[in-house]
Design a protein around this ligand. Sequence first.
Ligand code: ADP
Length: 241
Amino acid sequence: MEVAIKNIRKEFGQFPALHDVSLSVQKGELIALLGPSGSGKTTLLRLIAGLEQPTEGQIFFGNEDASFKSVQERHVGFVFQHYALFKHMTVAENISFGLRVRPSGTRPSKAEIKTRVADLLAMVQLEGLDKRYPAQLSGGQRQRVALARAMAIEPSVLLLDEPFGALDAKVRKDLRRWLREFHDRTGHTTFFVTHDQEEALELADRVVVMSQGKVEQVGTADDVYDRPNSSFVFSFIGESS
Ligand code: ADP
C-alpha cells in the first residue's frame, strides 16, 4: 500500500509534537524513521496507525483519505519494542489470535488457521515451534513470532516501533539482516522506528531523519550518510530513547 502523509501537524495540548510533516512512500518500501528521543517518531507512527488523529493535515492509504479512519479500518500490523505476546498462549495461538477473534462469517476454519499458522511460521523461519510458550523462546524468536502475528491479518502496512530495542547487540545485528531479507521476500510497505542510525542506514530503502517534530532529511542510506543535511544527523550516536 502506498502511503502519503501531507502537512501533518499534531499538538498535545498547545505543544506541537509534529509540524508540517510530509512524506510519500511507495508500495513495498522499507522506511526507517530515525531521530533522537522526543523527535516525534512514535507520534508519526501512531498517526499512520490510526492510534492518534492529526491536528492538521491528512494521511492517504492509496487514494483514500485515511486520516480519521480507525486502526481496524486501516488494517495495519504492529510490532512493539516490548514483546506484546500473550504469555499464556502458545506460539500458534498468539499468531492466530487476530484471525480467531474475527466475527463469525469472516473467521477462517480451524483447518485454514492451522495451515496459515504453519505458513507464517515458515515465513519467519520458526518451523516446528508452534506449541511452545513465549517463555520458552529467545528474545529474537519472540520478536519473529510478533512479526508473524502482525502478518497474519495480511496488513496494508507494517509498523515496527523499535522492535529490536530490548535485545542485545549481537541479536540485534542478526535480526536486522534477517528483517531486511524477510522484507525482500514479503514486500510489505514498512515503517521502522529507531534511534540507532546504524540500524536505519543498514536496513532501510529510505531513511527519514526527524528532529524536533520535523522531517530534516529523506534519502537513501548513501544520501544521508554522504550528504547529511545538518550537523545534527550524526550527533546522536549512542543516545537512548
Ligand atoms: P520519539 O518517538 O521520537 O521519541 P515521540 O513521538 O514519542 O518522540 O514524542 C514527541 C514529543 O511529543 C515529545 O516531546 C513527547 O513528550 C510528546 N508527546 C508524545 N506523546 C504525547 C502525549 N500523549 N501527550 C503529551 N505529549 C506527548
